[in-house]
Design a protein around this ligand. Structure first.
Ligand code: ADP
Length: 404
């Protein structure tokens, strides 16, 4: 069974075609700048054949047509007919409290995703565009499945998901912690238990997804009990350009002093803060590592602040879980920055957690493995995340259940 996995953004469309017989990626790529000047498609197939073409794409439907062409025609083609594709799985960022599991796409589901657009104004409308474009190109017969980014977090208890503001705002606007990166936390936590040779039931895990966006999740018995991102992906600890949690008064104070509108405040907190805001150099961890090596003090400060906040989250979640059996690092930084992992883990000795520095340096660039010492009280793993595979697996399961 071949499954097409789609991640549609407002001006982009990422795809992967996965052969579920052996879970290999046959082809992947991205349509970029949809509806803008300079739109293009680029991708590669499992044989390493790459392509890149500037093509005018006015909308997601046109982008889909180019994806179908890339899959079936030219040097990078991997199938001869789109009919070889059994189903499409879509990533959807916000499922709210309405959708706590992956769903077959129906008109009801599309309406539900649209209705949640208030909570994810940049993402949900784009996902609906992607779903509709897919229907326009493939027709109604091809099953489509949506996998919600926060469904995995739906097991959080109220003490983790409620914000201590008047309860009426939770009732009126559904303001609560939803969490994000759920598909990634789900993949790496299941994989971690597998690598540990343990049943996920009875296992306490802390999974750290550290990329441009960052979140940490506490997982007990395979169920999320707490996560750092909140109503939006702005909550938690500092990220590439996002501030993470702040004293809320900082925002009120700055709005008064600077005269910012809500939109201007949003831009500062989402796009100009975090590593970029403190360092004044870059939001990219690699740039900061270079600047630190050159002795730049603000880059050092940005990095120290982020690591300190991550350690506080790990300590807090160890308390929430009443102990920890495994810690996972994933995401662009978590998978690649051995310095970051070392500077976090070398301060976890009070929990009995120790890493082997040589092993830590070994696991970069997509390598998976354990970096903790044998006498460490918890196992520490580097696990490259694979959200597309989770989406493809859920899609396959739902499609197969339809056939029964
Ligand atoms: P996103 O949240 O956009 O999916 P990624 O998970 O791709 O982001 O992570 C991007 C981050 O990973 C950037 O800060 C980048 O610097 C960092 N990163 C990628 N490769 C390395 C590396 N080799 N060493 C250190 N950091 C890296």
């Amino acid at each position: 069974m071949k499954i097409l996995v789609i991640n549609a953004g407002s001006s982009s469309l990422k795809y992967q075609l996965i052969d579920m017989d052996d879970e290999t990626v046959l082809a992947k790529g991205i349509c970029d700048r949809i509806g803008l000047d300079g739109s293009k498609i680029k991708g590669s197939n499992f044989k390493g054949v790459k392509f890149e073409k500037e093509l005018r794409m006015h909308n997601h439907t046109e982008a889909f047509l180019y994806v179908t062409r890339a899959l079936t025609q030219g040097d990078a083609a991997v199938i001869s007919d789109m009919k070889e594709i059994s189903a499409v799985g879509h990533r959807v960022v916000q499922g709210g409290a309405k959708f706590n599991k992956s769903m077959l796409v129906t008109d009801y589901v599309i309406k539900g995703i649209e209705e949640l657009s208030d909570l994810a104004p940049l993402h949900n409308p784009a996902h609906v565009q992607g779903i509709n474009a897919c229907r326009a190109v493939f027709g109604d017969e091809l099953p489509e499945v949506v996998v919600f980014d926060n469904a995995f977090h739906s097991t959080m208890p109220p003490e983790a998901y409620l914000f201590p503001i008047p309860y009426e705002y939770y009732e009126k606007y559904k303001i609560r912690r939803y969490g994000f990166h759920g598909t990634s936390h789900r993949y790496v936590s299941a994989r971690c238990a597998q690598l540990m040779g343990r049943d996920i039931v009875g296992t306490r895990l802390i999974t750290c997804h550290l990329g441009n966006g960052c979140s940490i999740t506490a997982i007990k018995d395979g169920k999320v009990i707490d996560t750092s991102m909140g109503l939006t992906p702005l909550d938690g600890f500092m990220m590439g350009t996002r501030s993470g949690s702040l004293d809320p008064s900082v925002i009120i104070y700055l709005q008064e002093k600077e005269g910012w509108t809500p939109q201007e405040t949003d831009v500062v907190l989402n796009k100009k803060s975090g590593l970029l805001g403190i360092s004044g150099i870059s939001s990219d961890d690699r740039d900061l590592e270079q600047a630190i090596a050159a002795g730049n003090e603000r880059a050092q400060m940005a990095s120290r602040l982020q690591r300190y906040q991550i350690r506080k989250f790990i300590g807090g979640y160890a308390a929430a879980l009443e102990g920890v059996d495994g810690i996972v690092f994933t995401g662009g930084i978590g998978e690649n920055s051995s310095i970051m992992r070392e500077e976090i883990c070398d301060h976890l000795g009070y929990l009995g957690i120790h890493i082997d520095h040589a092993l830590n340096n070994e696991f970069v660039h997509g390598k998976e493995g354990k970096i903790s010492t044998d006498d460490s009280s918890a196992d520490v793993y580097v696990i490259p995340t694979n959200e597309e595979l989770v989406i493809a697996r859920d899609t396959k399961e739902i499609v197969e259940s339809l056939a029964k």
